[in-house]
Write a protein that binds this ligand. Structure first.
Ligand code: PRP
Ligand code: URA
Length: 218
């Protein structure tokens, strides 16, 4: 099936093409993949994507005493990275990233897409108070129309955040464009930029309803 989108790719979009990510994504897309495996794959892909998305974290030098001598090592600088899953499907990406960055803080943004208008409806917001000093990763497996992502990033910015990345698994061209236009400072990481949205706002070829597949609520 054709997955390449026709539109020009926004400059702020990074497609993580690592073979393991692509292998796992193909299993994730499969309609026959059961909830347990789906959950494990979202977790694993999120961790691999976070490896890419943390590649530019600032480092401080730190003195280390090895068993043999004193040397200089490095540690991640500044306040702890903060993960912000968009409820509910974004929750599936948290644990995998925490295995990579165990000290990360976790905020939450509650949003759901109105079934008729496809516009996001806010219901919860909680992030650490010192937002201006932190790096944020907003997590949501699906970037479809982009409404949820634009709203989540705007809420974070109102709370003072200035350094924000958006990590998703599958993006639609329209959603990537909308997020890039609204927040050009936010780098978007995805495992695939898919072809298009259908009339109901689902990504094609996509993987279906991520929240339902993660939590078995279909
Ligand atoms: C899904 C998905 C995103 C949103 C993407 O959530 O997890 O949050 O849709 O669509 P958009 O880009 O068009 O805004 P949904 O609203 O189904 O809520 P859920 O995670 O609670 O199932
Ligand atoms: N939300 C999903 O879970 N899947 C889509 O394809 C679009 C929005």
């Amino acid at each position: 099936m054709e997955t390449a989108p026709p539109d020009p790719v926004p400059a702020s979009l990074v497609v993580v093409r690592h073979p393991l990510v692509q292998h796992k994504l193909a299993i994730l897309r499969d309609r026959g993949t059961p909830t347990k495996i789906f959950k494990e794959l979202v977790d694993e892909i999120a961790m691999l994507m976070a490896y890419e998305a943390t590649a530019d974290l600032a480092l401080d030098e730190v003195a280390v005493e090895t068993p043999l001598e004193r040397t200089v090592g490095h540690r991640v600088a500044g306040k702890k990275l903060t993960l912000v899953p968009i409820l509910r499907a974004g929750l599936g990406m948290v644990e995998g990233i925490l295995r990579l960055v165990p000290a990360a803080r976790v905020g939450h943004i509650g949003l759901y897409r109105d079934h008729d208008t496809l516009e996001p409806v806010d219901y919860y917001f909680k992030v650490p108070g010192d937002a201006a000093e932190r790096d944020f990763f907003v997590l949501d497996p699906m970037l479809a129309t982009g409404g949820s992502a634009v709203s989540a990033v705007a809420s974070l910015k109102r709370a003072g955040a200035t350094r924000i990345k958006f990590l998703c698994l599958v993006a639609a061209p329209a959603g990537a464009r909308r997020l890039a236009d609204a927040h050009p400072d936010v780098t978007i990481y995805c495992a695939s930029l898919d072809r298009e949205l259908n009339a109901q706002g689902y990504i094609l070829p996509g993987l279906g309803d991520a929240g339902d597949r993660l939590f078995g609520t279909r």
